[in-house]
Write a protein that binds this ligand. Structure first.
Ligand SMILES: [Fe+2]
Ligand SMILES: [Fe+2]
Length: 348
């Protein structure tokens, strides 16, 4: 959030406000009302100009006229929500004689609030202040999410053999989830959960995690603690709460022989079953301390065998073949593609 130095009075609910309205008088009025409160005001008279300013430097709040000429306020709203750099900016729609139907459309597109035309100055000032306070909170949350993602990368970075593993698992699992037609919320759990599935390995000692030889029973027992450690580390973080079923259950097996809970069949959350397929596949297709990387076909063959043993969900493995057919075999390209994935929770 941008601050205004000398004129700042209150705690920190000042920010950059972009007004997009074709009516010059309305823009002037809003600037006259909000400027003296310490906000930095910017104006645009068309959708195009507004979007250009939004992209050049995202403001903290947008006041958006619903009825703009050429491209409507609704279209601007949709673009704001589609762009990761602007999707969390509060947008207040200024509505004249808007029909219920158009308001509903705006709500579906993620509008933050409405203000009617004509509006009372006090109402405008109060709404803007409240929304900018809220924006401070979401900014802090976004920062926290970045820190957590950086932390998740360190899990892979600790071991050169597993570098990029979590990002690739998230990419594979997300594509498999899409192919299965999982609903948005579950899909978000898959993507975020896959990215953090081995988070609990932070608590495992290097001597065990990176041991270049066969593990003793005690050491293996220590490794097996990582889903529980992961759950304990993440359970108090609200932004990552949705990842939990995957973090905790990604080592369960269909026949109940997995851990930590020994769940079987459909009692294992679907998001975890999907991630397990991606996790096992990536482990097989990348080199490990104890063996070279296997080819796709070799890996799928081993996994099919393990489906017969009762370990993995065979239907999911069949669908996963379809996912792989559409992906390049070149690992580097997969890593690059997976670097761009988002763990953002769905907005609705
Ligand atoms: Fe794991
Ligand atoms: Fe893993």
């Amino acid at each position: 959030m941008s601050m205004k130095g000398p004129r700042e009075q209150g705690p920190s609910s000042h920010g950059r406000v972009l007004v997009i309205d074709d009516d010059e008088q309305i823009r002037r009025l809003i600037v006259r009302l909000l400027g003296p409160m310490g906000h930095v005001m910017e104006e645009a008279s068309t959708a195009e100009e507004g979007l250009e300013k939004l992209r050049a430097s995202p403001p903290d709040l947008v006041l958006l006229d619903m009825q703009l000429p050429v491209r409507s306020g609704h279209e601007v709203l949709v673009e704001i929500r589609a762009d990761p750099r602007t999707r969390l900016i509060p947008v207040v729609m200024i509505t004249g004689a808007a029909t219920q139907e158009r308001k509903l459309k705006a709500i579906e597109a993620g509008v933050t609030d409405f203000i009617g035309k004509p509006f009372s100055p006090e109402e405008l000032v109060a709404r803007v202040r409240a929304l900018l306070e809220l924006k401070l909170v979401t900014d802090a949350l976004e920062d926290a999410e970045q820190v957590i993602i950086a932390l998740a990368r360190t899990i892979d970075a600790r071991d050169r053999y597993t570098f990029g593993h979590s990002a690739r698992v998230s990419l594979y699992a997300g594509l498999l989830g899409e192919r299965l037609g999982l609903e948005r919320r579950v899909l978000a759990t898959v993507r975020q959960g896959a990215l953090f599935h081995d988070f609990g390995k932070i608590a495992i000692r290097d001597a065990v995690l990176l041991k270049p030889a066969k593990l003793t029973n005690e050491e293996y027992a220590e490794i097996k603690r990582h889903p529980t450690e992961g759950r304990d580390l993440l359970q108090n973080m609200k932004t990552l709460a949705q990842a939990m079923p995957v973090v905790y259950h990604h080592h369960e097996r269909m026949d109940g022989s997995g851990y930590p809970d020994g769940l079987s069949g459909e009692a294992i959350p679907i998001a975890a079953r999907v991630t397990t397929i991606a996790d096992v596949f990536d482990a097989l297709t990348t080199a490990r301390v104890y063996r070279v990387a296997l080819s796709r076909e070799e890996s799928l063959g081993i996994m099919a065998e393990e489906v017969r043993k009762g370990w993995w969900d065979g239907h999911l493995l069949d669908e996963f073949r379809g996912v792989l057919d559409a992906l390049p075999e070149d690992d580097q390209r997969i890593v690059r593609a997976s670097a761009g994935i988002s763990t953002a929770p769905p907005t609705s």
